[in-house]
Write a protein that binds this ligand. Structure first.
Ligand SMILES: Nc1ncnc2c1ncn2[C@@H]1O[C@H](COP(=O)(O)OP(=O)(O)OP(=O)(O)O)[C@@H](O)[C@H]1O
Ligand SMILES: [Mg+2]
Length: 308
């Protein structure tokens, strides 16, 4: 468990991060989203014990990261947004160097390096010089390095920046695997769609303030006063469309082949009731779905102050 409790950072007059509270559990992949200067890096550096909070703390697996940073560090892996890779050494030598720095016993070192190379899909590059790797491979190498000591909490600061779509897709797969290993992963980004399909939690930060955080699905639902319903009929879609357009909580009914689309205003209870009435009225429907808003919409809505 990671419990962030009132984490705050001031730089002089500027409140870079304002009293953050959130909780994550193993397996969670948390997308930490905000525009430039929002306070993402400052938050991650505090969680990594590299920057002392003005107040507040976080408890990781029962360890207070501010009071017991020495005990917390072995549980934390931090990948900064700008990292330097050394030149003139091979991938293997690079990882061996850090394995030693992390105090991984010599007897386990080879196996540990093999494992992270495999995970990062860099086994074929083990003897290549670090500077000859592409940017995407360097990013994965840095991630491999961050995983060497098998941390519980992974802090990744804009790991996908500067990568092409293919390299991003490969990195996404890697994040999913890491989440499935039962780690707590926090990934910062200012590009929302990048995170939408593999994060189960999101938090949106602006000017140091966490505007909202939680389950991706919950947040999307919360932000969505009207939902787009998609109903697929077996027969007589026109009859259903006509019936729907008479319901007070339904607007904008549209029909295309056997699919009826309509906007619905109401909570889950009201939606369940609508579905019950559709069926009682004798309409044969094969599917009843609500469309989700994508994260980009949520982000724009939240940062425009439409959600308070
Ligand atoms: N060491 C520092 N001294 C003074 N101000 C700082 C320091 N570090 C960060 N800040 C300020 O704190 C605020 C948050 O910065 P931070 O780097 O955390 O933002 P960010 O969300 O990571 O932005 P980006 O997307 O550009 O990386 C900014 O206004 C920044 O200028
Ligand atoms: Mg940053």
């Amino acid at each position: 468990m990671l419990e962030v409790k009132g984490l705050r950072k001031e730089f002089g007059q500027l409140v870079a991060v304002k009293d953050l509270y959130f909780t994550l559990k193993p397996g969670d992949i948390f997308g930490y989203i905000g525009p430039n200067g929002a306070g993402k890096t400052t938050t991650l550096r505090m969680l990594a014990t590299l920057l002392e909070p003005t107040s507040g703390t976080a408890i990781l697996s029962g360890i207070d990261i501010v009071r017991q940073p020495e005990d917390a560090r072995p549980l934390i892996g931090f990948m900064p947004d700008f990292f330097g890779l050394y030149e003139g050494i091979t991938v293997w030598e690079y990882l061996a160097f850090f394995a030693d720095a992390y105090g991984i016993p010599r007897s386990e070192r080879s196996q540990v390096i093999e494992n992270v190379l495999e995970l990062a899909d860099l086994t074929v590059k083990r003897d290549a010089y670090v500077e000859t790797l592409s940017r995407g491979m360097q990013q994965r190498l840095c991630l491999a390095k961050t995983l060497l000591h098998d941390p519980l909490l992974l802090l990744l600061d804009e790991p996908a920046s500067g990568l092409d779509p293919r390299a991003r897709a490969e990195l996404k797969e890697l994040f999913k695997e890491i989440g499935a290993m039962g780690k707590i992963v926090i990934i910062s980004s200012h590009i929302l769609p990048e995170l939408s399909d593999f994060c189960n939690k999101i938090g949106i930060i602006e000017k140091g303030e966490l505007l909202l955080w939680g389950d991706v699905d919950n947040i999307l639902r919360q932000l969505q006063p009207t939902k787009l319903l998609t109903i697929r009929c077996i027969e007589n879609a026109e009859t259903l469309a006509e019936w729907l357009s008479k319901q007070p909580e339904v607007i904008n009914v549209q029909i295309a082949d056997s699919i009826v689309k309509a906007q619905f205003i109401g909570n889950d209870e009201a939606q369940a009731d609508l579905l019950r009435r559709i069926i009682l009225d004798g309409h044969k429907i094969a599917a009843f779905n609500e469309a989700k808003m994508n994260l980009e919409d949520v982000f724009l809505k939240v940062t425009k102050g439409e959600v308070a």
